[in-house]
Design a protein around this ligand. Structure first.
Ligand SMILES: C[S@@+](CC[C@H](N)C(=O)[O-])C[C@H]1O[C@@H](n2cnc3c(N)ncnc32)[C@H](O)[C@@H]1O
Length: 202
């Protein structure tokens, strides 16, 4: 469903996320890992050790079938089973939007990163400007229809509502700063439908 909805661009955005924050040899956390595409991208980029965490056992089952060199863990991003400062870098792809307590998740991600560790958050956002009307048509009308029609698409019927509720890029950047991240920046892809935020744990 992700591939169809983004015309295959989602994998490129994941590679950009990894490139922005993961360095060769890093111990990497991919939180809200789902079926593991971002964690796999970190392995391919030369990460030393990759941990994928998600609280859905069925997602983890599919991730395990995909990549054996990642440690796939069942856990909640709001209370992770890790000590302070265990990771050099962390990624969250299309995950923070659905977390019940976003500021709490950011503080927890900050906690498990070492000082100087890097966080990359890839998330759907709402474009402003000329693309906005086309985007609304695609996202509010076509995506829910695709969600009903395609296998595994049921979750996409609520996607537009969850994106509308989610803070825009400047607001998310401010929340990251409040959680203790420095050098917070963001860039957008595909005319502003997806944003990549990065920050350094202070
Ligand atoms: C859209 S999927 C993630 C996709 C994946 N990261 C990727 O790049 O394709 C969102 C995931 O977030 C997970 N999730 C949501 N809230 C969570 C939480 N509090 N703790 C752990 N995982 C959570 C869900 O179980 C789901 O697998």
């Amino acid at each position: 469903m992700n591939r169809v909805m983004t015309a295959g661009l989602d994998q490129r955005w994941r590679r950009e996320t990894v490139k922005a924050v993961v360095r060769p040899g890093d111990r990497v956390l991919d939180a809200c890992c789902g079926t593991g595409d971002l964690a796999v991208a970190a392995v391919k980029a030369g990460a030393g050790e990759v941990v994928g965490l998600d609280f859905s056992p069925r997602m983890l089952e599919r991730a395990r079938a995909k990549q054996h060199s990642v440690a796939w863990l069942d856990g909640d991003v709001l209370a992770m089973p890790f000590s302070d400062g265990e990771f050099d870098s962390a990624t969250v792809g299309f995950g923070v939007r659905n977390v019940a307590d976003l500021p709490g998740a950011l503080v927890e991600l900050r906690r498990v990163l070492r000082p100087g560790g890097r966080l990359g958050i890839l998330e759907i956002t709402t474009p402003t400007g000329m693309l906005a009307p086309f985007y609304r048509l695609w996202f509010d009308r076509v995506v829910p229809l695709l969600g009903r029609a395609l296998k595994g698409g049921a979750a996409y019927t609520y996607l537009p509502a969850s994106v509308r509720r989610f803070p825009g890029p400047p607001e998310l950047a401010a929340l990251m700063e409040q959680a203790g991240f420095a050098q917070v920046t963001y860039r957008t892809f595909a005319g502003g439908i997806v944003a990549l935020h990065t920050g350094v744990a202070g």
